[in-house]
Design a protein around this ligand. Structure first.
Ligand code: NAG
Ligand code: NAG
Ligand code: NAG
Ligand code: NAG
Length: 232
């Protein structure tokens, strides 16, 4: 009894942040820390130390649900979640060539204020990456990345085969496998516009935007001079 409680505490401490893809499945248990993976498997790019699997799960060609347990958070820890898709099996390890196709904009999640706590996050309708063109039978890999506050990332993947939406091979999505736990919050991520919407150019390369910047620069010494006069 006492030793199992101690073990649970130790496990919770070790598993301070891990990504388990609870829907549509995952490549396999990669919550392992051993001599081969002294920092833990999940820190290994691209799929947390687990190779491409043959037991693929079925997922609709129009996109579908992705649910995961982002781990156990202590304090006010936050993390950024990215969901990417890699196409085909022509890359390393008979998996995708790369995992560089984002499916959702990154989401910031906020752990509970006191923990550790388990929790689930589900996106019921994750779309395909922009400009993706898939048909039933195509193979791909969904990658969930959990970017921790200290900059390193945890990885977990699931290998999928696309099927028509509504195909009975797609596991049902319901409130038992797709829900948001109340102890995990979300924060909006703000992006700063570095492109001038009027010209479509980056501000630092946009000559049309430069005059106003240099005008501010020429006014600055005048203002400082004015301030100096005011002090005299
Ligand atoms: C594939 O098999 C592994 C090993 O048995 C298992 O852990 C994993 O959950 C399976 N993945 C899917 C998507 O069924
Ligand atoms: C560590 O765990 C992984 C995954 O279970 C396994 O493939 C590997 O052989 C293990 N390494 C050692 C040294 O036991
Ligand atoms: C939810 O769907 C899963 C299959 O994905 C099924 O095993 C489970 O029984 C369903 N739960 C309910 C309450 O319908
Ligand atoms: C969970 O929260 C996210 C972020 O607000 C939202 O996009 C998603 O639809 C929610 N999932 C469910 C099952 O309500």
């Amino acid at each position: 009894m006492h030793s199992s409680a101690l073990l649970a505490t130790l496990m919770a401490a070790v598993a301070s942040a891990h990504v388990i893809i609870s829907y549509p499945g995952w490549r396999g248990n990669n919550l392992v820390t051993n001599e081969t993976f002294p920092y833990g498997m999940q820190w290994e790019y691209p799929c947390g130390g687990v190779g491409t699997t043959k037991n693929r799960t079925y997922w609709p060609t129009t996109g579908g649900a992705v649910a995961f347990q982002p781990g156990w958070f202590r304090g006010h820890e936050t993390a950024f979640i990215y969901i990417n898709l890699g196409f085909g099996t022509d890359g390393p390890d008979n998996g995708p060539k790369d995992m560089s196709n984002p499916m959702l904009p990154p989401v910031q999640i906020l752990g509970p204020s006191n923990g550790p706590y388990p929790g689930t996050v589900c996106f019921p309708q994750v779309p395909l990456p922009k400009d993706a063109n898939v048909k039933p039978g195509d193979l791909a890999t969904i990658q969930v990345v959990e970017h921790a506050v200290h900059g390193a990332a945890l990885y977990s993947c699931v290998d999928i085969e696309f099927v028509e939406p509504g195909d009975s091979k797609v596991a049902e999505v319901n409130e038992t496998n797709c829900f948001n736990s109340s102890e995990i919050g979300f924060a909006e991520m703000f992006t700063v516009a570095t492109v001038n919407p009027a010209t479509g150019k980056r501000y630092d390369e946009d000559s049309a935007a430069k005059p106003s910047a240099s005008r501010h620069l020429t006014w600055l010494p005048v203002l400082l001079l004015g301030a100096a006069w005011a002090l005299v």
